[in-house]
Ligand binder design. Sequence first.
Ligand code: ADP
Ligand code: MG
Length: 364
Amino acid sequence: MTDSSLNISIKDVTKTYGDFYALKDVSLEVTSGEFLTLLGPSGSGKTTLLMVLAGFTNPDYGSVKFGGEEVVLKPPHLRGIGMVFQNYALFPHMSVAENVAYPQKLRGVSKEETRKSVEKALATVKLQGLGHRRVDELSGGQKQRVALARAIVFQPKILLMDEPLSALDKKLREEMQIELRQLHDSLNMTTVYVTHDQKEALTMSDRIAVINDGQLMQLGSPNEIYQRPKNAFIADFIGESSLLPAKVKGGFATIGSKKLKIAQELKKDGDFMLVVRPEKLFIANKKSRDANYFEGLVEDSIFQGESQLMVVKLNLENYGEVSLRLRLPNGSTNVGELPRVNEKIILGLKIADSYFLEAANGRD
Ligand code: ADP
Ligand code: MG
């Protein structure tokens, strides 16, 4: 299939409200056909950036190009984008079909063509046969599908979605994540998706743009963002992690008097932080050369269904006490082997999993 979707080029986009920067010099390229997620905490500027792409918000300065064409001054209805809002923004008194037909009506599309496109869009979101229903008779998940059908009814090349699943319960949300991603793949669009849910972003995206305080903090694949977070904010926001301050010198890291091996290429010596993900830690029965080890005491052990979460207290010489979280899968082989609270254990962390980030890349 030839790729008829469009790339999006965002350059130096800045938006202020008074002296508050909602967006600050954001530059970002979205590749044609890509599923890109804007991920950040509440108030970080995600919606503002999406509204700049849609044309509902004018930036103070900066450029937005769709397929090479400058659109920053173009009104929303001429941008050819499909849009799904967080609160659905459906007309409650109208039928499903009337809601989905609405963009076609605005564009002056003929009745017959509209009918066909509505039918097709409803089938795409698995609502065929429900066109006559009133929107206020539908469940939350169905309403979200109607909003989606309305967004894709005119086959846009760019689809923008702002937290479209946040009103749904967890199970339905997780099903819809997979469905939305499949829909994106089958419809050949460029999708920009907004969420504050890191797991959702990791599940759905080709690439993730992490936004905080109106600024782009890191852009990368889910794997890169998770395995190699660029600063403490991202390490903390995405997945679980414990951060231990470490000093790097001469190819080794030290935390207090504890010496750790490093596999990573670090460009200089100085202050770093060891990022420890709970699932990277393991319980060591004997020590080998390819890992770093910590002796600790099990403080807490919590059954969480598919995994067991343990809090392990370390007492590091010349540093003090610190707690690490350890996550073990709850497989049948583990039964009876899990350490108990107050048991002394040795935690291992593969050198390859011992990721250090520069302390200066912190929140400041
Ligand atoms: P997000 O979608 O990431 O939660 P928003 O883009 O909605 O964040 O908002 C980013 C920041 O800009 C917030 O602090 C918000 O209060 C502020 N903001 C957004 N719109 C306006 C507005 N019209 N007037 C003043 N402040 C605004
Ligand atoms: Mg928002």
